[in-house]
Design a binder for this molecule. Sequence first.
Ligand code: NDP
Length: 324
Amino acid sequence: MSTTMKAIVVEEYGATDKLLYKDVPKPTAEKDTVVIKNHCIGVNFIDNYHRTGLYPLPLPFIVGRDSAGEVVEVGEGVTDFKVGDRVVQMSGSSYAEYSQAKAASVEKISHDISYDLATAAALQGLTALTLVRDSYPVKKNDYILVHAAAGGVGLLLCQLGKHIGAHVIGTASTDEKCALAKENGAEFTINSSNEDITKRVNEITGGVGVHASLDGVGKATFDISLAATRRLGSVISFGNASGAVPPISIGVLAQKNLKLMRPTLYNYLATREESRRWFDELFSLMKDGVLNFHIHKVYDLKDAKQAQDDIQARVTTGKLLLRP
Ligand code: NDP
């Protein structure tokens, strides 16, 4: 059996030409880990941050956060998994034919959930779910501003917001993306390329603003989120698609007694129990048809550069997948 595999490796930080499609040693199962033969790999905006070094990983590294496939090797100390189990993992090093994953960050998937759906659901689905349940617990009749509402996380936020009974105001950069956000649950949409977001939010909310802004765009929209949120409201800054938010003076929050949070998904999954609870809710929302996944495109693993070029160029909607 071959001891090497194909993977996308970053040896130095930089643009997408730093994504190298190479032969690397196939991982083996170490203590408390399993090896997964990947059937589907997720592309997430965070992969760009790792590649550019905005979120630095030690070099060289295999790119990617999540994948789904079958367990092919089980390390010492692992009792939850056996060879042949269908699983999804968010341990990293996923742009590869095989991934070694910490058993604690692996979850079994039932036979009615395909590898593609499990991959589409894992990181982006759990992000959307933890945002609306914990970062700002969305309530019926709340007004919620969702930036990049036609993106991977964005479409799921629209679906969850509608399911809860909130009024979702989604922003996106084209009319086509706005239409897709509406199909996925946004009650109102704002084309961020040619409309004034704050002005439109004020019109929609009778001048008081939204209960919460869910902002994964970052630098370009942070001030808009502050302006569009009502007195006593919450600004949840969960990403940097347009660049990192510069340091702020906390005094700006005093103008409206705003709450500001900067969550990361992995801090919601610190223990096995927490992780299982979130995955249980995610899978049950999928089975109930509340969460549906819009797959933009499935790329070959070797075309990972194209996938990252596309997500950065803002020409994608929903989820991008790679096929090893
Ligand atoms: P998306 O599919 O949403 O892609 C990013 C979108 O951001 C684009 O489609 C684009 O939509 C919008 N955007 C606005 N400005 C820019 C810009 N200058 N460059 C590129 N895109 C821009 O990606 P994901 O769903 O994977 O992630 C969404 C956000 O959520 C990211 O910031 C990501 O880092 C964050 N995230 C955070 C997590 C956490 O734990 N905190 C976990 C998962 C994701 P448009 O053209 O419509 O404006």
